[in-house]
Design a protein around this ligand. Structure first.
Ligand code: SF4
Length: 366
């Protein structure tokens, strides 16, 4: 099976692990996609659901790693190939002087990305009527796996260690949305500045569109190399059903913010996350992607993963065929627009682990 198609299958169904301790710790809860484990398929590291309801019933089984760290993937007893697991990073063994484990400040995503949620609370997470239905930002905090506010000094300390000990190549800084019109840009700017002063590491910052487009230049000047502003869903009906609070920021405002941010960060250095499988049709996602590519924005389309404990925990994942219907034409559209995952300096689009898009871009899939 071609790599892109196999990644689609594994991300849609999830996998059952014979040895749940294989590889680095899995992600549970937190902002964005979760309940995953990183595994490397044909040289590409991807996040594959292991803790979700579909994963518990997945037809895909990943066997215990052999002496070389390789695990056989099979379906109905038929071997489909091998995966390996990135090792637990060394920086997870360290703590700050005041006793906070580094892994509560930032974690490894994919193979070489340091990821943090600078502020682990969100104005949109206070009530079920406003919360984004897919998000688990409060769960990892409630479970004590992270701290609410990571200071710039803590982020700088952990980033330096992650580069020196584990060779991380870029960093993703996201944030819950604080009250305030900057939508978190101020704390992202001070965090990026502190990390850049400590270590030379490309950084992507992620926020909602701020009230004032001048924030884009401030973020760039502070040291951010790339920016993510995440639409999540593309049609107003799906947006207001799935994220009633965040949908108050209209698609038009996102498009205007993208148009203002691209000249600051450069074509292809601004991206957006689109979750396929929440109700938007393939046509709607591709039509929006066309507008985004024309603006110079990289549309990072990922399969929706239902996270345990969220209102969407029983929502089905998109089928591999639905993802193929999107990612095939999307990869061609992105390439034709002169954009590419490998040209992105930092962030989710460069990492690519939550989607098979970059595998399609490389022409691995038919
Ligand atoms: S694509 Fe983004 S959210 Fe997914 S593993 Fe990579 S950095 Fe993390």
């Amino acid at each position: 099976m071609a790599t892109g198609r196999l990644i689609n299958e594994l991300q849609s169904y999830g996998v059952r692990l014979v040895d749940p301790k294989a590889g680095a710790d899995s992600r549970r809860g937190g902002a964005g996609p979760s309940d995953h484990k990183a595994m490397t398929v044909d040289g590409m590291t991807v996040m594959v659901p292991v803790h979700t309801a579909p994963a518990f019933e997945s037809p895909y089984l990943v066997e215990k790693p052999d002496a070389f760290g390789r695990s056989r993937v099979s379906r109905d007893g038929v071997s489909l190939g091998e995966v390996t697991f990135p090792l637990q990073p060394k920086f997870y063994g360290l703590s700050t002087a005041d006793g906070i484990p580094y892994s509560k400040i930032a974690v490894l995503h994919g193979r070489d990305v340091l990821a943090t949620t600078v502020l682990q609370s969100c104005i949109r997470y206070q009530s079920r009527t406003k919360t984004c239905q897919f998000c688990a930002i409060g769960q990892s905090l409630a479970a004590g796996r992270t701290i609410e506010r990571k200071t710039p000094a803590q982020l700088a300390e952990v980033a330096k260690a992650a580069v020196e000990l584990d060779g991380v190549k870029h960093m993703v800084m996201t944030t819950g949305t604080p009250p305030g019109r900057d939508r978190g840009c101020e704390i992202l700017a001070e965090s990026a500045a502190a990390v850049k002063a400590a270590v030379d590491l490309p950084i992507q910052v992620q926020s909602e569109p701020p009230d004032d487009d001048a924030w884009f230049q401030r973020l760039k000047d502070a040291g951010a190399d790339a920016l993510g502003m995440h639409l999540e869903a593309v049609t107003p009906e799906v947006r207001s059903r799935i994220m009633p609070g965040k949908a108050q920021v209209s698609v038009e405002r996102y498009l205007a913010a993208f148009a203002a941010a691209v000249p600051v960060f450069g074509r292809g250095q601004v991206s957006t996350y689109i979750l396929a499988g929440l109700g938007d049709t393939a046509e709607a996602i591709l039509a929006m992607s066309e507008k985004l590519v024309a603006l110079g924005v990289y549309p990072f389309v990922v399969p929706f993963v239902p996270i345990s404990g969220t209102p969407l925990e029983s929502h089905p994942t998109p089928s591999p065929a639905f993802m193929h219907e999107i990612l095939g034409p999307l990869s061609k559209m992105v390439r034709a627009g002169g954009l590419s995952a490998t040209d992105i300096k930092a962030g989710c689009g460069r990492c690519g682990a939550c989607s098979a898009l970059s595998a399609y871009e490389k022409g691995v899939a038919p």
